[in-house]
Design a protein around this ligand. Structure first.
Ligand code: NI
Length: 185
């Protein structure tokens, strides 16, 4: 089932999301719906707050990046209660976008190597290193669970320049090929 995507300005995107356990109701169905919603919107990642659930869960399918970033191959899965244990490596700049922030694509600088811990969709605990585009997509989605959006990471000048566009998104003045959930003020 395809779910509406919450837009920038909705307070749920600013909340720190809560851990879940194995008993979370219909988790398999939720994960499936999140993949469907992400693919429908041509995204490479989707975090639960973006579908109006403040829980620590996101899905990623980075395979559209394979041509330019070979490490994206096979990076397709759900992450439950993820943690970033450490970040290392060089800072690198990559242009990010977000289904909750349509039509805005901006360079963001982040470290290139992360050590992460999470549960997979079967609640098996995993610990691994992610590099390059794998790290990048994980970091972007992880921010959503912490109540952050990628535009928070831009310079004050860039933020000022985007202010009107962001305000338009927050009041629903944006066109997308997917359904969005806007808070009417
Ligand atoms: Ni996003």
């Amino acid at each position: 089932m395809i779910l509406p995507i919450v837009g920038f300005g909705n307070p749920i995107l600013r909340k720190v999301a809560k851990d879940i356990d194995k008993e979370y109701p219909e988790l398999d169905k939720l994960i499936e719906d999140m993949f469907d919603t992400m693919y429908h919107a041509s995204g490479v990642g989707l975090a639960a707050p973006q579908i109006d659930k403040s829980i620590r869960l996101f899905v990623i399918d980075a395979t559209p990046f394979v041509e330019n970033y070979p490490e994206a191959e096979g990076f397709k899965q759900a992450f439950i209660n993820p943690q970033i244990i450490e970040e290392s490596g060089e800072l690198w700049v990559f242009q990010e976008g977000c289904l909750s922030v349509p039509d805005i694509h901006e360079d963001v600088s982040r470290k290139s190597i992360i050590k992460v811990r999470y549960f997979d969709e079967n609640f098996n605990e995993k610990e691994e290193y992610l590099t390059g585009i794998r790290a990048r997509v994980f970091q972007h989605e992880y921010d959503h669970l912490e109540g952050k959006v990628f535009v928070d990471r831009l310079s004050p000048l860039r933020k000022t320049l985007l202010k009107r566009k962001l305000n338009d998104i927050s009041v629903g003045k944006v066109r997308t090929d997917y359904r969005m959930k806007i808070v009417k003020k």
